[in-house]
Design a binder for this molecule. Structure first.
Ligand code: ZN
Length: 139
């Protein structure tokens, strides 16, 4: 069946569908945009591919899933009774080690490194503690 929309229209529709995704980093992106912050999301040239790069402020922001990155004292970060808890504990510990290594590397390159956890992000909310340094760096 032929598409009832032109190519361009279809592209715009698909874009808006993606924008409505509820992934934590998309919610963070929406909040940052609402605050008129300038950022990049394609950061594969940086160690650990940070979720957000604020180039002018030489600042990066990671949005971490609580489970995969082992958020301390967080309900979502707790390894639940899995069939093989040792496997998951080891895997998440490796992720945490990598996160620390990446952060050290970025700092040694002169970047300020911030992390926001999945559980800290509301529907359209990012903690002020996280936004403050970014807003200050911009002004
Ligand atoms: Zn958490």
């Amino acid at each position: 069946m032929a598409d009832i929309f032109t190519k361009e229209k279809r592209r715009l529709i698909m874009q808006s569908v993606r924008r409505q995704g509820t992934k934590p980093e998309n919610r963070v992106a929406a909040v940052l945009k609402a605050r008129n912050l300038t950022f990049e999301q394609q950061t594969s040239h940086l160690p650990g591919r940070p979720d957000f790069l604020f180039a002018d402020a030489k600042t990066v922001l990671f949005v971490h899933g609580c489970f995969w990155h082992g958020h301390n004292r967080c309900r979502k970060g707790v390894v639940l009774s899995q069939t093989d808890p040792q496997y998951w504990i080891a895997k998440i510990e490796r992720n945490q080690q990598r996160d620390r290594r990446v952060a050290r590397k970025l700092r040694s390159l002169g970047y300020k490194v911030y992390t926001v956890w999945e559980c800290q992000i509301g529907k359209d909310h990012v903690p002020t503690r996280i936004l403050k340094p970014l807003l200050q760096a911009e002004s």
